[in-house]
Every structure is written in C-alpha cells, then in structure tokens.
Design a protein around this ligand. Structure first.
Ligand code: SF4
Length: 458
C-alpha cells in the first residue's frame, strides 16, 4: 500500500508528538518522533512517504497538492489539541477524497471511543507508536493489535488494550532519510543537521502532571539504536537529540550506550535526565560519549509541590544534581512547571530565585496544562479549573491555560513573561552565552532562538 505519514498544515508552527501538542516556545521544531518510529515500522511492508508541513512550512493548498501527487491509500496523521479544529477540517476533507485516515495524538489519549463516535472520518487511532499495531491493522489482523481504538464491523468504536507497556520493544530502523533535510531547529544543537532519536519509550516515573508517565516504559535493544545511529553518521548526521525522557534510568544499558557512542567518537548530543539519576559515573560516561547538554526537571522550589505532584525528589536533590552536571562540564537546562493551583506571586519569586541560584544555561518555564490522560487533568476538572469538553488547548504551556487559586490567567501570563525576561536579559548571562558559542552555525541558531524567545515574552 502507499502510506503517507503526515504532519498536517496549520496557521502556526505546532509541535504535535508524543501525545502532547503545543506551539513552539522559541523557534524550535524537532522531528515528530511518533512519525520517525512509524516510518521504520511501515517501511518494512509498505511504500511510505513523509510529509511534514510544519518543517516545510506548507500551507493547506501546497499540502493537498503534495498529497495528490503521492496519492496514498492510507494517511497516518498526527493530530493535536493545539490545532484540533484545523486538523479535523483538513483530514475530514482527505477522507472525502476516499483516503483512509488513521490518527495519533493527545486529543485521542483519553475518551477515544467518544472521539471516534463524533468524528466518522477517523478510521482508527494509534495509542502507542513503538509497536507494530499499524501493520496489524492494515493487514486486518485485529487479534494482534495491542493498543488502538478501532471500529467493529458495524462501525462502532472499541478501545483495545492488550499492551504490556513494559519490557523491551523493537522497531525496524527509522527512515530518517524520508524526512525533510531542512526546516527543523533545535535550540541546544551544536552542529547541523541533527536527528531526533529514541532509545526507550515512555517513562517509569509517576509525575501527575505529565503525559509520558501514563505510557508505561519500554527500552530498545542497544544494537538497534546503534544501527540507527550508524546509518545517520554515514549520511553525515552526528548531532542527536535523544528524546528519552530520563536518559540513564536503566543504568547498565545507559553505560553500554555511552561506551558505544564513545567508541564512535564523533557524536554530539543532548538528553533529558533527572537529578536523582545523573550521578558522577553516568555523567562522566555521557560526557566522554559526546553529550554536551543535559535537560532536567526542577519543576518547583517548593518541596510540598514536588511531593504533591509525585516528582520523587526534593529541591536539595535538584541543587546537588545541577551542581554535579556543571562539574562535569555539561550545559544545563532546567525545566519548570508554574501555574499549578497552589501558585502565587511569592512562589513564583522563589522559583526564579532558584533558577538563578542553579546558574542554569537555559531556563524553560512551562505553564501547568491539564494534559489528556493525566491525574492532574482529573484534579483540575474536579476543582472546576478545567472543562472536560474543552478539546482545544496549547499543551506546551506557552500561554496560561488555567487560573491558579489566587492568580487569574492574565496575571499568571504576565508574571511568567517577566520571569523569562529577568532570567535571559541579564548582561552577565548574555555575555556567558556569547562566550560559549563554538561556531557560526551555533551563533546563528542561538540568536534566532533567543530573539524568538524574547519576542514571545515581551
Ligand atoms: S515529568 Fe519527566 S520524570 Fe516525570 S513522568 Fe514525565 S517524563 Fe517522567
């Protein structure tokens, strides 16, 4: 079959992958990792093309022309709550042309049967991009499907849940070569081009505001990851964004990966990890293996908030973790969640103070959003802060989606913007950033990202 993997067009630059959709916070856009994984799975048996209208900046007309030229029988498309009305208009029109439409995205992450009932143009929804469900579905082997919402013979939606959501998984080598060679930007990349790679799927931690913690946790065999990286290297791609949510969570495997990267000697990469995972042994191995930037969750300066949302560590662990990363000569990115119901002006002030104390290279502030399928969403609905029928939202937290108990959405957004300006516009900080730039490519990227970030926070 001819199968098209589609990131549909939109009025803004959307990131829709890993069951979370958002507008970009500065100017970054990485490869949609769901489609990256599915490209390997599908290419084993079908004729596959990738059309990423975000990376290629294609409008609706240009996208439709490209679809017509390929003339796929099946479209597997990303959808997102951030762009739900646009996605629905575009894809239902494609269904009208006789194409089969299979979707994956946050908006189907809960109450998916209800969604399919309301949206007759959707043939089925995928809920896991690391398994072979798409192949089984296209082969009509429904008994082999693990995690999908399908239609029975009468067209009634049914949610299938047979997945183990743990252990290991294999995907045939993702076909990075099918993705556009230009159009993706990653703030922390030191060279171009870069690739987005997964060595595991999901996350074993239970942070209640996070969707990835609801997906289970599975790892890929080291040999499969290396096959993917070696193919990328053979095409000159040596900069990698590992999208694993906690690099090093399975210690022995992470050290094995690092040893193999070190032996190759030419990789340059960024990864997420946690302050309670990144000890000296792991950080030293990561550094030797080419890692230059580490992203870790700070979330909040308050131990009470960290405990209430099941983060699993305290602020003193965060302080020690970031100091350790810096000692190993790695750049630090701290991510924060602000605007939880408990938030007030004093707690925001403490958060900014912590960000400054940690001496971060980059601070990423995310507004609390009731992401589909999370315990936090259930609580926000219970507190009357979120409406369960509201399907359209930016899950990246660039805007204030929720009021807190003491701050309305406008005040919250204004305070967040002022925190971004106070962090990034310090002369000493700007000078340090400038000095750390290693090449012209990186300088261009930093200026582009920096200007986009500041403009969005004026
Ligand atoms: S916030 Fe990070 S550690 Fe917590 S569940 Fe999500 S991905 Fe895992």
């Amino acid at each position: 079959m001819k199968v098209l993997l589609l990131n549909p067009p939109g009025n803004r630059i959307y990131i829709r992958d890993y069951f979370c959709s958002k507008t970009t916070k500065s100017n970054y856009l990485f490869h949609p990792v769901d489609l990256v994984a599915l490209s390997g799975t599908l290419a084993e048996r079908h004729q596959v093309a990738v059309l990423d209208c975000m990376a290629e900046r294609l409008d609706t007309g240009a996208c439709e022309a490209r679809i017509d030229a390929f003339d796929p029988e099946v479209i597997v498309s990303l959808v997102g709550s951030v762009s739900w009305n646009e996605d629905r208009d575009f894809l239902s029109r494609q269904r009208g042309f006789g194409r089969r439409i299979i979707v994956i995205g946050d908006v189907l992450h809960e109450r998916s049967e209800e969604r399919l009932l309301q949206e007759p143009w959707i043939e089925a929804a995928l809920h896991d991009f690391s398994n072979a469900d798409i192949l089984h579905h296209l082969d009509n082997q429904l008994s082999a499907v693990l995690e999908m919402t399908l239609r029975d013979e009468q067209g009634r939606p049914m949610r299938v849940r047979r997945g183990e959501r743990k252990g290991s998984f294999r995907i045939p080598r993702p076909r990075h070569e099918l993705f556009p060679s230009r159009g993706y930007h990653f703030s922390f990349a030191r060279t171009a081009p870069f690739a987005t790679v997964l060595t595991d799927y999901g996350c074993p931690y239970p942070c209640t505001f996070c969707v990835i913690g609801t997906l289970g946790f599975k790892t890929r065999p080291v040999a499969d990851v290396l096959e993917e990286l070696d193919e990328l290297r053979s095409r000159g791609v040596k900069e990698v964004f590992f999208m694993d949510q906690t690099f090093g969570v399975v210690r022995k495997r992470a050290l094995e990966l690092c040893a193999a990267f070190e032996a190759r000697g030419d990789l340059s990469w960024t990864a997420f990890t946690r302050p309670d995972t990144a000890d000296d042994e792991l950080l030293s191995a990561m550094r030797r293996a080419g890692c230059h930037t580490v992203i870790m969750g700070v979330e909040s300066a308050s131990d009470e908030v960290l405990a209430a949302y099941k983060k699993g560590y305290r602020a003193d662990v965060v302080r020690e973790g970031f100091a350790r990363v810096r000692r190993h000569g790695l750049r630090t990115v701290g991510t924060f969640i602000i605007g939880l119901p408990e938030e007030d002006e004093a707690s925001l002030r403490r958060t900014l103070e912590l960000a400054l104390e940690l001496d971060l290279d980059f601070m990423s502030l995310n507004m609390a959003v009731p992401r589909f399928g999370t315990p936090f969403r259930a609580r926000a609905v219970e507190l009357g802060l979120a409406d369960p029928s509201d399907l359209v939202m930016d899950q990246g937290g660039a805007d204030a989606f929720l009021p807190t108990r003491t701050l309305n959405r406008e005040t919250m957004l204004a305070l967040k913007k002022s925190m971004v300006r106070r962090f990034y516009l310090r002369p000493g900080y700007l000078w340090r950033r400038l000095r750390s730039v290693r090449n012209l490519q990186e300088l261009r990227g930093q200026v582009r990202e920096g200007l986009a970030l500041i403009t969005r926070n004026l």
